[in-house]
Design a binder for this molecule. Structure first.
Ligand SMILES: Cc1cc2nc3c(=O)[nH]c(=O)nc-3n(C[C@H](O)[C@H](O)[C@H](O)COP(=O)(O)OP(=O)(O)OC[C@H]3O[C@@H](n4cnc5c(N)ncnc54)[C@H](O)[C@@H]3O)c2cc1C
Length: 450
């Protein structure tokens, strides 16, 4: 079934088409055998969740565990969005604003609460994987940031102790001369810093595992059920799909980079989707791994603003991702694939002849003030949203969905107050994507000079 058109989305239609998932390596690693019937007819539910990614599924799981009546509606099957097609770094992050900016804007106590949330988010995913018995190809103890210049390494050295204190965990500074010995040889890197937090996983296996857990606890999941409009009738939100109308006492929006400016209208211009893209090699032989000198299973990224992220997976394929495409057309997809491959070749020259049969893109989500949102859509509306993890939503999306469910149930949360602000609108409204080329250029210049 092809998805009906959801109005008010700011990318080309191809970004939202079912086949935008083509080329995604994860699909072949985890076929989805469950069934998620589309929503049909008239119905009533206590809690309706729109979006079946980490945010929506995590919210639905918390609600279902509490015995609540919950239905999740998605235009596509669970995990079709960013959640089933990301790099699988379950790590700290969620804001693009720096720790110092968050402290300056909202105060030290709020910054501390945010850092506690980043940690709690990783712990939540880890705990769910364990308690639900999910098999998600987990690897990597902690994360590694590689300096893209000697200057950045000097900065890492200066900030290592502070980072340890911020997250209450160990950091290991790796001198440039030690990288190759540790199986971390990438061209153009100048030392690194390992933070003993986080791990890597197969995101599709995790997303499908969450979906099964929701169903097993009585939650309903409807795919092919794009919500085309939301209206208010008395105490109910009425969600209209191509085949039905669902009345819900509580509404939870979990649409992140796939949001629209009209469903609901409140979302208008409060989010900005941005593309991230990933390529995956065929399995590498031992000789190929030795030739490049990258044999570590640590998930890694570099210190650029427009960062590269990469990891050698348990099946010996290398995953490599980066951001930067601003349009979603066949031509831009082709060009960005070539650009990503060129960046990969520059960092891993011994693998220039290695095929990369998998390449795909997806939408992450930014907020105008560069921090996540989890909160209410106005007073007394019984409507909530969680979005804007700035490309780091494996852990933060899972946690934010969980917190949103608690809000919706009237339970206490661990949310920093600033998560619950009213998110500013982007200045250019429906044309806000036009701001991206200049912003990306500024980041590129910054990276070149740092
Ligand atoms: C290529 C790529 C690599 C990434 N790598 C990482 C990484 O390594 N680590 C990390 O932490 N984060 C990463 N991210 C970001 C992370 O994937 C996201 O932050 C996270 O998955 C967001 O989850 P979500 O549930 O909020 O949204 P999504 O998973 O995007 O789900 C939103 C869902 O909403 C549905 N939807 C939207 N509107 C409607 C509607 N009107 N009706 C019905 N359904 C609707 C969509 O169909 C979609 O399924 C990456 C993202 C991409 C694209």
């Amino acid at each position: 079934m092809s998805a009906p058109h959801i109005a008010g989305r700011i990318y080309e239609p191809a970004a939202y088409a079912a086949n935008s998932l083509e080329g995604c390596y994860w699909v072949q690693t985890a076929p989805d055998t469950a069934s998620y019937p589309h929503f049909d007819g008239e119905g009533t539910v206590e809690f309706a969740v729109i979006g079946a990614g980490f945010t929506g599924l995590s919210a639905a799981l918390r609600l279902a565990e509490a015995g609540a009546d919950v239905a999740v509606l998605d235009a596509h099957p669970p995990g079709w969005g960013a959640s089933g097609r990301n790099g699988g770094f379950c790590c700290i992050g969620g804001a693009k604003a720096s720790s110092a900016q968050i402290g300056a804007r909202y105060g030290a106590a709020e910054a501390a609460k945010f850092h506690a949330a980043e940690r709690a988010a990783i712990e939540l995913v880890s705990e769910r994987i364990t308690t639900l018995g999910l098999s998600v190809d987990r690897h990597s103890q902690g994360e590694l940031q590689l300096a893209h210049s000697p200057k950045m390494f000097a900065q890492m050295r200066a900030e290592a102790a502070k980072l340890s204190a911020t997250y209450g965990t160990q950091t290991d500074l790796i001198a440039p001369g030690d990288l190759a010995r540790m199986g971390l040889n990438a061209q153009g890197t100048h030392g690194g810093l390992r933070l003993d937090l986080g791990f890597a996983l197969n995101p599709r296996k995790y997303a499908l595992g969450l979906a099964q857990a929701v169903q097993a606890r009585g939650g309903r999941i409807h795919s092919d059920s794009a919500v085309l409009s939301i209206a208010r009738e008395g105490e109910y939100h009425v969600l209209t799909t191509a085949h039905g109308r669902l009345r819900a006492r509580h509404l939870l929006m979990a649409t992140n980079g796939y949001s629209s400016d009209t469903v609901p209208r409140w979302m208008r211009s409060r989010y900005l989707p941005l593309q991230s893209s990933v390529l995956v090699t065929r399995p590498l032989s031992d000789d190929e791994i030795a030739a490049q000198g990258w044999s570590s299973d640590l998930m890694a990224y570099d210190s650029r603003n427009l960062l590269h992220y990469f990891r050698l997976m348990p099946d010996r394929r290398m995953l490599f991702g980066m951001r930067g495409a601003v349009r979603w057309t066949a031509a831009s997809h082709h060009a960005h694939r070539a650009a990503t491959r060129a960046h990969f070749d520059a960092m891993f020259p011994a693998w220039r002849a290695v095929e990369t049969p998998h390449f795909w893109s997806g939408l992450v989500c930014l907020a105008r003030d560069l921090v996540p949102f989890v909160g209410a859509l106005g007073q007394g509306e019984n409507a909530y949203a969680a979005f804007a993890y700035h490309g780091n939503g494996v852990a933060m999306g899972s946690w934010s969905g969980d917190q949103m469910a608690r809000l919706a149930m009237g339970q206490p949360t661990d949310l920093p107050n600033f998560f619950q602000r009213s998110p500013q609108r982007f200045e250019l409204g429906p044309l806000r994507r036009l701001s991206l080329p200049l912003a990306l250029l500024q980041y590129r210049l910054k990276d070149a000079l740092s």
